[in-house]
Structures are given as structure tokens and as C-alpha cells.
Design a protein around this ligand. Structure first.
Ligand code: CA
Length: 221
């Protein structure tokens, strides 16, 4: 099953929880299958993480979502399916090549009109939204892009999200490397620094879940 390959998680209890909760449409399953054959398939968001995000979007009545880091579009598709008919997913990525893989699936699922793709460095797009006066206009942000950029994306999203909105970070355990002191690579150092900062950030309430590859949920006060 695809999901277990995506993070190579063989923990039988993790497998059990996913087997007993994952609900994907046929289109979502097929997009995951196509993505897992891609050379950079490790970038696919774990479907159980996307499902939790989608559930959170629905309970907070989200209408406008930021998807920072699209890759082949599974996260945008999941968000668009969770939003009402007038919902908007603003999908930010630098790669036209990867996001093009997702587009036919967005169409097939009937949600393409909800997904607004912005091909540019995410920091530039987020800053543009701030400059355009969209502060507080968004309900939910999923940050799953380059790890060194996470802190900048966080500060921008914190402005763009309304009070009571949620910012979710993927990969905050980074395959366990955050607790490996020998790993001083730029990505790991950036994630460690962000995790330490979020712990005491009084602008948010926080839950750090050992789920997928680590999912940190920030609830804006
Ligand atoms: Ca990810």
C-alpha cells in the first residue's frame, strides 16, 4: 500500500490506524499511485496527514486555504474536496512540471475551479498577498515546502491567517533527524530551530503530533 511506502513506516500500530481511518476518493488514490512512481515520490504528503488537515478545515469552517508546497497536487486536491463550493485553495509552488501532474486529477475530481495555482517562490507570493491587504483573510495554511523556508512562510502565514485559524507544518520530525545531533544539514537545523521557536511562541497554541513524518499544528490566538 502506497502510504506505507511514502514514509516507509512499518510500525504495525501506525499501519493499523491508517487502515482503519483512511478515506480517499478514487481520484486521490490514482494521483497517489502516479506520484509514488515519480523520482521525487518522498515529497508526497502522507494521506492520513492530508485527511487530518481536511477534517480540521471542515470543523473550523474554512473557506480560504494556503497550500505552501504543492508538488503533484495531492494536498491541494484534498483541501479543495474539503472546502465548500465557494472555497479557495491558493496553491504555491515553484514547479510547473510537478504541479502539471496534478491538474488533470483536480479537473477529474471537479474541484479545479477552487484551486488557484501561483507559480513563484512561495515567500514572494505570500508577501504579495500581505501587500494586497489579505491579512487575516485565510483560515488554514499547510506548509510543506523547502524546510529552510519554513520560518519565513510561518511569519507570513501568521499574518494571513485569521485568529482561530490553523497553520500546519509537515515533516517536523524529519525522519527522526531532529533528535540526531550529528545531523547538522541545513534542513535539519532549520526544522530544529523552528520546533524550538514554536514551543514558546505565545501568538499560537500548539500541538506537535508524532504522526506521519511529524505534524505541528499551530492554532492562532
Ligand atoms: Ca511533506
Amino acid at each position: 500500500m502506497s502510504i506505507f511506502k511514502s514514509y516507509n513506516n512499518k510500525d504495525p500500530l501506525v499501519v493499523y490506524t491508517v487502515q482503519h481511518s483512511l478515506r480517499q476518493t478514487d481520484v486521490q488514490k490514482r494521483l497517489d499511485e502516479v506520484t509514488l512512481k515519480h523520482k521525487r515520490s518522498a515529497m508526497l504528503g502522507a494521506p492520513e496527514v492530508l485527511q487530518l488537515n481536511a477534517n480540521l478545515m471542515q470543523v473550523i469552517g474554512a473557506k480560504k486555504v494556503l497550500d505552501v508546497g504543492v508538488f503533484t497536487g495531492a494536498s491541494s486536491l484534498s483541501a479543495a474536496l474539503a472546502l465548500p463550493a465557494d472555497g479557495e485553495v491558493h496553491a504555491l509552488d515553484i514547479s510547473e512540471e510537478y504541479t502539471n501532474i496534478g491538474k488533470p486529477f483536480w479537473e477529474e475530481a471537479g474541484v479545479a475551479k477552487k484551486i488557484h495555482l501561483h507559480i513563484a517562490p512561495a515567500g514572494e507570493t505570500l508577501q504579495r498577498f500581505i501587500n494586497e491587504g489579505q491579512v487575516g483573510a485565510f483560515d488554514f495554511a499547510f506548509i510543506d515546502a523547502d524546510k529552510v523556508g519554513y520560518d519565513n512562510y510561518y511569519e507570513c502565514c501568521l499574518k494571513l491567517i485569521r485568529p482561530g485559524g490553523i497553520i500546519a507544518f509537515d515533516n517536523t520530525l524529519w525522519d527522526g533527524n531532529v533528535i540526531n545531533p550529528e545531523d547538522q544539514s541545513a534542513d535539519t537545523v532549520a526544522l530544529r530551530k523552528l520546533n524550538a521557536k514554536l514551543k514558546d511562541d505565545q501568538r499560537i497554541n500548539i500541538s506537535f503530533l508524532n504522526f506521519g513524518d511529524g505534524l505541528t499544528l499551530c492554532f492562532k490566538k
